[in-house]
Structure formats: structure tokens, C-alpha cells
Ligand binder design. Structure first.
Ligand SMILES: *Cc1c(COP(=O)(O)O)cnc(C)c1O
Length: 393
């Protein structure tokens, strides 16, 4: 059975073009770009060109791009590196719906004595801008870390407005832009963030390579001390094949973004509308007016998301609950809870996330099988509306 992969917000397939671009750097061109000899030195020019292409992808200067191992590293680097500059008086402003790679370091700083504010969202997952304006009031150093788009719901925050308000209030601004990479245009010449994180494996480059954008003039304490790589801002030998692959992924994203967004949105909408039409007591989580084109988060009331995923997995369909399944406990998603989704729907949330490689036939397959799975699980569920459930799906 073929795998039907609707879990692209978790990771993506490496594009064949990316893989091909990487191969020479495992075999012939394996030198260390920092070496004195010509064999290593020739590799440096490929890293330089890749840095230029990646910078162009987000309209940055090449000197503002730092390669990391993943977005988790970039997020930690931004938050810890900046908080160290701002000192113990720093106020950290973030949101309740961030990825753990942001919430983790923010909460660590709180444990260390910083003031930390986690802003609420509304029922559609949109940021409470009044609470944000309020949080920006008052003196003292401030760090704002707010994601560009949410990985669980696909809800896109008005990052240009957020960053402008934060800069006005004298804050340093970081955004986790992992989920927008390759889906919507990113232009740091228009969006005044100081720092931005991205991850290769979320847009068809391999796992193990991250981007950290640091606007020129932004002060940051070096997190990874070591060699002089990345102009002394991140030690460690450059991951040359992955850097080259990442540049190729950026090139593909730029060339195809508009067309792919239209194609992927059409498939996502067909899937979502089809499921709403065939599964009673289903709902969409996340404001449809402010959403990434590829993501659909849906709740199927009275049943467990984990059970749906498990049954769909048997059918070769990969989706996600988006919930952090901590130590075997079925803890509902912090994002869905922050949106105030009703109890009966919180546990039954499922995330479908599509990519350029999905097809209409795959959507049709899910539409054929998923309603049967939901119906079967509802029949076993101790929670149900009983008499109001339709008898023949
Ligand atoms: C996947 C993801 C991360 C973590 O990226 P890694 O490169 O796997 O560390 C961070 N933030 C968001 C929003 C993500 O979706």
C-alpha cells in the first residue's frame, strides 16, 4: 500500500532536485571550507553562493544568515542569546500557542527570574492584539518572540504589524517562521523583525539544517562557542551538503510558491469541505481567513484524535493530532486548548498538512475512508449526542 502523506508540517520529503544538488558534496567535494588548502577552499565558494541564495529567499543580506542544525537551535539561540544581552530585568513577550522550541527557552528564562508573558489567542487562533499592546507598555528591556504561522492550525499572525509595534516600543523581535517557509513570501526588508528562524526539513530540504536570520546591528551573545565559523556567531564545521541542499530548496520554493499555493489550497479545501459534508459534528479549528494554504486542523467531536490517527494509519494515511503526547498521557494540544475549543472537541483534533507532492486521488481516498473511521469510533464512544447523530452515513 502506498503511503498517503498529509503530515507535512511535521516534516517533508526531500525534493529530488535537492538530493541531487547535495550528492557531490559527499563524494568529490568533501573538504572543510575553513581549510587552508585548495581542496577545502574550493568548497567555501559553494557555501558562499548558497548563503547568497538563502539570503535572497528572505530578502536579507548574506552576512545576516547564520546556519544552524535546526529551527529548535535557531529559536534557542535567538531567545537565550538576546536575553543574555538584555539582562535579568528583561521582559519576555510570547504567546500561548508557540512551538515548544520557543516556549521552552522562554519558560527557562522565567525560572531564571525574567518576567514572561504568554499572550492569549481568540477562538479562531488569532492573537489578542490589545493584550499585546498592553504587554509592550512600561520601561525596561523587552524581547518579543511571536511565531509567523502556527504549526498546528496554520493560523498566520500579522507579523509585520506585530514587529512594527514591538520596535516602536523598543523591543527586540524574533519570529519563528518555520511554517511559512515555502508557503507564503517572507521579506525581512518589509517586516521589521530582528531575528527569524527557519528549518530545512519543513520545506523539502533534509533534517538537520536550520536558518537563523540576525538583522545587522542586533546584539546577541554567542550561544554555540567554538571555532570562528559563521563569523564567530555559531561554532561548528559547516554542514556543506545540507547548506547546498537548503539553497536548492529555497530556489524551488521561490520559483513555484504562487502556483503551488493555489494547487495545495484547492486540495486542502476539497479535503476539508468533503469531511465537513460527510462527518457530522466536525469543525474546523483556526480562522479560515488567516490560514496557510496547506493546513487543516479539524475536530471530530466525542472521539479521540489518537484513535482516528491509528485507524487512518492502518489505511496508509499519515496525519497528526498535533498534541504533545507527554509520557504516554493523552494530553490535549496546548494550541487547541488556548483557543477555547469545547471539551468534547479538544481531544478529537486532527491536523492534515499538505505539500506539492499530494494529489487529488489521495484526497479522494481520504474522503472515501475517513467518514467510515469516524462513524466506527463514534459507535464505540462513551460520549455522544446519541439521538442527534445521523444513523446512516
Ligand atoms: C518543526 C517546527 C520547529 C522545530 O524545527 P526543527 O528544525 O525540527 O527543530 C519549530 N517551530 C515550528 C513552528 C515548527 O513547526
Amino acid at each position: 500500500m502506498d503511503t498517503i502523506y498529509f503530515d507535512n508540517n511535521a516534516t517533508t520529503r526531500v525534493a529530488p532536485e535537492v538530493r541531487d544538488a547535495m550528492m557531490p558534496f559527499f563524494d568529490e567535494l568533501y573538504g572543510n571550507p575553513s581549510s587552508m588548502h585548495a581542496f577545502g577552499g574550493q568548497v567555501a565558494k559553494y557555501v558562499k553562493r548558497a548563503r547568497e541564495e538563502i539570503a535572497a529567499f528572505i530578502h536579507a543580506d548574506p552576512s545576516e544568515i547564520i546556519f544552524t542544525s535546526c529551527a529548535t537551535e535557531s529559536d534557542n539561540m535567538a531567545i537565550h542569546g538576546c536575553a543574555e544581552v538584555l539582562g535579568p530585568q528583561a521582559r519576555i513577550i510570547t504567546t500561548r500557542v508557540e512551538h515548544p522550541a520557543v516556549l521552552g527557552p522562554c519558560r527557562r528564562l522565567k525560572d531564571m527570574g525574567c518576567r514572561e508573558i504568554e499572550l492569549p489567542v481568540d477562538g479562531g487562533g488569532n492573537l489578542d492584539m490589545d493584550a499585546f499592546r498592553e504587554a509592550l507598555k512600561g520601561d525596561g528591556p523587552k524581547l518579543v518572540s511571536i511565531m509567523w504561522a502556527n504549526n498546528e492550525t496554520g493560523v498566520v499572525f500579522p507579523i509585520a504589524e506585530i514587529a512594527a509595534l514591538a520596535k516602536e516600543a523598543g523591543a527586540v523581535v524574533h519570529t519563528d517562521a518555520v511554517q511559512v517557509a515555502g508557503k507564503i513570501p517572507v521579506d525581512v526588508s518589509k517586516v521589521p523583525v530582528d531575528m527569524l528562524s527557519m528549518s530545512g526539513h519543513k520545506f523539502h530540504a533534509p533534517k538537520g539544517i536550520g536558518i537563523f536570520y540576525l538583522r545587522r546591528g542586533t546584539r546577541l551573545k554567542t550561544f554555540m562557542l567554538g571555532g570562528h565559523q559563521e563569523s564567530g556567531r555559531r561554532g561548528g564545521t559547516e554542514n556543506v551538503p545540507y547548506i547546498v541542499g537548503l539553497a536548492k530548496a529555497c530556489e524551488l520554493a521561490t520559483a513555484n510558491m504562487a502556483r503551488e499555493a493555489t494547487q495545495v489550497r484547492a486540495l486542502r479545501d476539497k479535503l476539508e469541505q468533503g469531511l465537513l459534508a460527510t462527518c457530522p459534528d466536525a469543525r474546523v479549528n483556526g480562522d479560515p481567513a488567516h490560514r496557510l494554504p496547506n493546513t487543516s486542523n479539524m475536530s471530530f467531536e466525542y472521539i479521540e484524535g489518537e484513535a482516528i490517527i491509528y485507524h487512518m494509519s492502518d489505511l496508509g494515511i499519515c496525519a497528526s493530532t498535533g498534541s504533545a503526547c507527554a509520557a504516554g498521557s493523552l494530553e490535549p494540544s496546548h494550541v487547541i486548548r488556548a483557543m477555547g475549543v469545547p471539551f468534547t472537541a479538544v481531544h478529537g483534533s486532527i491536523r492534515f498538512s499538505l505539500s506539492r507532492y499530494n494529489t487529488e486521488a489521495e484526497v479522494d481516498y481520504v474522503l472515501e475512508h475517513m467518514p467510515k473511521v469516524v462513524k466506527k469510533l463514534r459507535a464505540l464512544s462513551p460520549f455522544s449526542r446519541g439521538d442527534t447523530l445521523p444513523v446512516n452515513l
